[in-house]
Ligand binder design. Sequence first.
Ligand code: GTQ
Length: 375
Amino acid sequence: MAGNTYDSYRESVAGRANVADTPALAAYYQQLEQLDAGALWTVANKIEPWQPKSESVPVLWRYRDLREHVLRAVELVTPEQAGRRVVYLNNPGRREVSAAVGWLYSGLQVMNPGEAASAHSHSASALRFIMEGTGAYTIVDGHKVMLGKNDFVLTPNGTWHEHGVAAYGTPCIWQDGLDIPLVNAMEAGFYAVHPDLQQAITHPVDDLTAIWGAKGLHPQKGDWDKRYSPLFKYEWEPTYEALTQYARVSDGSPFDGVLMNYVNPVNGGPVMPTIGASMQLLRPGEKTRAHRHTGSFIYQVAKGSGCSIINGQRFEWTERDIFCVPSWAFHEHSNASSSDDACLFCFSDLPVMHSLGLYREEALAENGGHQVASG
Ligand code: GTQ
């Protein structure tokens, strides 16, 4: 995009590396390389760009393309064989780290009624967003959580967790979101299988929703000192109800429409230290303005259809499709051609950006705040 010519112009300004190759320098670089060292000016402009240069590309994963392949995995491997029966989303710019975008992983997991995967724990933080099927459950540290379509569930890092589908249910597909690439980049990843393979359920089913799930109310004996939300499950109905109530009285943001963050009810902060999530509603006819910010974002269309323009590329999406917005990519969403509202679930590494002081945001100034789209 326009940035490229601007960048190459700026790369020649004072204060930026600009050293022509000579035979003497080439020999010098070789000598340094043999000492496991290098001259900074050969890499400076690359490792300190003027602004973020994401290796990730915007991608739309269409559910109608992926679904049959996800279901085929049921015939091909058992959960016992595979550990997790998952088709993961592989960004063409991030294949080496198995990321869907930036440092975030995502995959589609499928389970048949009566199946369960063994309990495990890892350093990566995880979430699940239920796409289809009935009878799905997750057990997190002895708390059993029953899950329905568009429910969002946390399995924070370090917790024992396992997933399954009750025998009375139907085949279930859900989206997994984890910070595996980030944890690996930090070289901090541990993984353990539960000694009993299956956890004991040590609390009443859905107890944490009963304790922490009431809007505007806080339990008197609500002591919780973990670094993640005690509300492991965020159900679809109250989420959609909250959005429609909000939309009734507010225009929301020109860039995001009516957006609500899933929060930790103890402190109003993000649900986990490294991954945050939101649900946004785009009203019929709504068209947001383009902006960009740091952070990597994975969207799933929870309801409706519409389109997004990401770094100048147009993506038409419909219910259950997944798409990503790389860091510092301009993006805008449109529900302009529908008579119903559209809802986008999104998870991101925004909590990392905020807690490390790396968050930046910029509105598109040109062209009335809209990108010129191709594709
Ligand atoms: O269920 O915790 O898609 O550990 C990838 C790695 C899901 C999980 C994935 C995992 C999980």
